[in-house]
Design a protein around this ligand. Structure first.
Ligand SMILES: [Zn+2]
Length: 152
């Protein structure tokens, strides 16, 4: 079985890392909008909730509406969400699992001591028991036939 893959532009890759560094030591969070087969737009979601700065990743209904609106504006589709793990590995937590929705890609970037590092992508298994790790691809490898086939 091959793992699922998510293609993101270099700009989106950079935007996610920058967002994670800006909100450090708090989590950042945002939505991923794809146009075609690749993620071309990262929509930052507010780092502040009613309880103060986000401590744990949670997409609220208002976040979801904002992301859907933005996706429509650019003629794209909401395909997932990203968030950061300040001083924690880029692996989903139990909380992430409890609050994830099926069919969305979840990108996690580890931010250690204020610097963005590992970035991973996950999909919820159909029975919601766990996440399955996918592969994250930049679109800069345009010399690779497979990457191009997925992105175009
Ligand atoms: Zn998390």
């Amino acid at each position: 079985m091959t793992s699922r893959r998510l293609v993101i532009t270099a700009e989106v890759d950079e935007a996610i890392r920058r967002h994670g560094q800006e909100t450090y030591p708090h989590e950042c969070c945002g939505a991923l909008v794809a146009t075609g087969a690749g993620v071309a737009v990262a929509v930052p979601l507010s780092n502040t909730t009613d309880e103060g700065p986000r401590r744990r990743f949670l997409v609220r209904p208002s976040d979801y509406r904002l992301a859907e609106t933005r996706a429509r504006e650019v003629g794209g589709e909401l395909v997932g969400f990203y968030h950061s793990h300040p001083d924690h590995p880029a692996r989903p937590s139990q909380y992430d699992l409890d609050h994830a929705w099926p069919n969305f890609a979840y990108v996690i970037v580890a931010v250690a001591a204020g610097r963005a590092g590992d970035m991973t992508v996950w999909w919820l298994k159909e029975d919601r028991s766990t996440f399955e790790e996918g592969t994250l691809h930049g679109d800069e490898n345009s010399d690779s036939d497979t990457a191009q086939a997925v992105y175009r």
